[in-house]
Design a protein around this ligand. Structure first.
Ligand SMILES: NC(=O)c1ccc[n+]([C@@H]2O[C@H](COP(=O)([O-])OP(=O)(O)OC[C@H]3O[C@@H](n4cnc5c(N)ncnc54)[C@H](OP(=O)(O)O)[C@@H]3O)[C@@H](O)[C@H]2O)c1
Ligand SMILES: CC(C)CCC[C@@H](C)[C@H]1CC[C@H]2C3=C(CC[C@]12C)[C@@]1(C)CC[C@H](O)C(C)(C)[C@@H]1CC3
Length: 531
């Protein structure tokens, strides 16, 4: 049994339930049976806290120099936090009521400052913003798909006539999507491929992941090929594309609700840094739990890499067959072949390097909520396929010159993307790797260094640049008749510019002056000479 660290009367720092905020509290007693401390906050609130939620004043002050957000009064920020079911709140005595009245007066006085008005306004905007994205994203994908299928796929055709609701639903399609998810889940659980450890979590532990994405791609390709060979008509996907989207959307909503509900029972250490504000819609959108798992099955890792990504290439193939069928072609058009080939390469590359995803912010930092569930299961397979969907019903006659130019562009983009990602990964794993000894570096106070030559000395995010060059090649394959095939490129520019800002903010915090020096040496973020 662990020793009792604190005695009645000790002043310590207690975590406010469901948040990462600590306040000064007094220990009232310790219950050896439940192993809980009863503590009293300055506003008279009595709570029972676990040992792990209490820090000594000295220990906390040392930690606080790292995190400055924890010294406010709980009464001022209580509305933004949720309560943990594991703990009980007791407020009873008249003394408590008196203290609370006093505190309420103080709170009102504080709230009436312009800063507090601004904060309330900012929170209000945040909730409105999240509600907007929750409704807007699914509708936008639907609009994109409707537009893509129209003979004249011009944006000028807005507003679109929405299809009748019942036409968006098909039980059989829903069943196929469920089967696809199940098939991919079974493949991911097969005892093939190595098992690796993820990055250390807040509590110092690591999770294990089975890396077999590339095998899953091969298995899926063989299964789809066999189905097609046995005259299963894959162009059915093209004919029922809206219904497929609706099914994926419904599943992503159900999954997000499940994730949100189960997060109520998650331990504090399992929660993501963002997504635990106490605002229901915001937390639902961002995701509360960092790595939700059912036994060893990691739901986030699975969704990020499997059903959507592999689904993307299967849908592309279905569009290729649909193009041949509808246009009575013996072979697919060159544009369709380019799009299929380029995107298959991108997906295969991602699955080949699946392990690297474990170090990315999506896995290490972001919670798994509606944004990623919808993103992985609906956004990726139904917007990333938009070029193939477009080509299935719109011609793009490419001259031999264009075909070669586009292929060169994709090769250049892929080279930059792969080389930059692999170089950084190898350098992080072993900075003294002899193969990287030619690279110039800047040391940082954390002990890690930053590469400042080669691709990482050209721009600060060469991997983003490579990705964008490839996206441009994919879009150019569809010609210049409509802007719709450029949707992916526009999305990627916005996403990567935002991601770059987020990443640079983190790096500035992590590396301080060294990051400043890196930015001075390598002036442009993504586009040389422009941004
Ligand atoms: N198609 C899509 O939808 C999509 C969306 C997002 C991302 N992506 C792709 O995913 C790939 C990974 O992107 P990511 O967003 O995870 O960012 P990333 O560029 O792979 O990682 C950024 C991190 O790299 C390290 N770093 C930065 N500059 C460095 C330098 N000069 N030397 C050494 N290390 C340095 C820093 O972390 P540490 O110092 O802590 O190691 C930084 O936080 C990219 O190729 C991107 O294009 C694709
Ligand atoms: C508007 C939204 C709903 C946006 C949703 C975005 C996410 C679906 C993407 C954000 C980062 C993306 C990403 C991959 C998949 C899609 C995202 C999660 C990725 C895992 C695909 C495989 C690649 O090789 C990759 C590892 C580079 C890539 C990383 C980023």
């Amino acid at each position: 049994m662990p020793a009792v660290r604190f005695q009645p009367g000790d002043t310590v720092m207690g975590r406010w339930p469901g948040s990462n905020l600590y306040y000064e509290v007094k220990v009232l007693r310790f219950d050896p049976k439940t192993q809980l401390y009863t503590v009293i906050y300055k506003d008279g609130t009595e709570l029972e806290l676990k040992d792990g939620d209490i820090k000594s004043l000295t220990g906390f002050k040392q930690g606080r120099s790292r995190s400055r957000s924890r010294s406010r009064s709980p009464a001022r920020t209580r509305r933004s936090r949720s309560r943990s079911p594991a703990r009980t709140v007791r407020r009873s005595s008249s003394r408590t009521t008196e203290v609370r009245k006093e505190k309420f007066k103080e709170v009102l006085e504080v709230r009436l400052t312009p800063v507090m008005y601004f904060k309330i306004f900012a929170h209000f905007c945040l909730i409105l913003g999240v509600l907007f994205w929750l409704l807007f994203l699914p509708v936008m994908v639907l609009a994109l798909l409707i537009l893509c299928a129209q003979e004249d796929a011009s944006l000028l055709n807005f507003p679109l006539t929405p299809p009748p609701l019942h036409s968006l639903w098909d039980c059989q399609v829903f069943g196929i999507v469920l089967l696809w998810l199940l098939f991919q889940a079974v493949l991911s659980l097969l005892p093939i491929g190595k098992v690796v450890e993820g990055m250390p979590l807040k509590n110092g532990k690591t999770l294990k992941y089975r890396i077999n994405g590339f095998y899953a791609l091969i298995f899926s390709a063989i299964s789809v090929g066999a189905a097609s060979y046995n005259e299963v008509d894959l162009s059915y996907i093209h004919g029922h594309f809206l219904q497929f989207y609706t099914s994926a959307l419904i599943i992503s909503i159900l999954l997000s609700v499940y994730l949100f509900i189960r997060s109520r029972w998650a331990a504090v250490d399992d929660l993501a840094p963002a997504g635990n504000s106490g605002y229901v819609f915001y937390d639902f959108f961002m995701g509360r739990e960092l790595n939700p798992r059912i036994k060893d099955f990691d739901i986030k890792f699975f969704c990020e890499m499997r059903p959507g990504l592999i689904g993307w290439v299967v849908i592309n193939f279905a569009m290729l067959l649909a193009e041949m069928k509808h246009k009575n072609l013996d072979t697919p058009s060159p544009a369709m072949l380019l799009v299929n080939g380029f995107q298959l390469l991108w997906v295969a590359d991602g699955l080949w390097h699946e392990e690297k995803l474990l170090t990315m912010m999506d896995i290490v930092h972001d919670g798994f909520g509606f944004m990623l569930a919808f993103g992985d299961l609906a956004w990726v397979p139904f917007t990333f396929t938009c070029q193939a969907y477009y080509l299935a019903s719109h011609p793009s006659d490419l001259s031999a010159f264009w075909i070669v130019a586009i292929m060169i562009m994709n090769v250049v983009g892929y080279y930059i993307f792969r080389k930059a990602n692999s170089q950084k990964f190898a350098f992080r794993r072993n900075p003294s790797d002899p193969a990287l000894s030619h690279l110039k570096t800047i040391p940082t106070a954390t002990g890690k260094s930053l590469i400042v030559s080669g691709l990482w000395g050209f721009v600060r995010h060469p991997n983003y640049l490579g990705d964008l060059i490839m996206a441009l090649a994919w879009s150019l394959s569809c010609g210049f008749n409509h802007v719709i095939p450029y949707f992916y490129l526009i999305y990627l520019i916005l996403l990567l510019v935002h991601r770059n800002a987020r990443d640079e903010h983190q790096c500035r915090k992590k590396y301080g002056l060294a990051w400043g020096e890196y930015c001075k040496t390598v002036r442009y973020r993504i586009f040389p000479g422009i941004y």
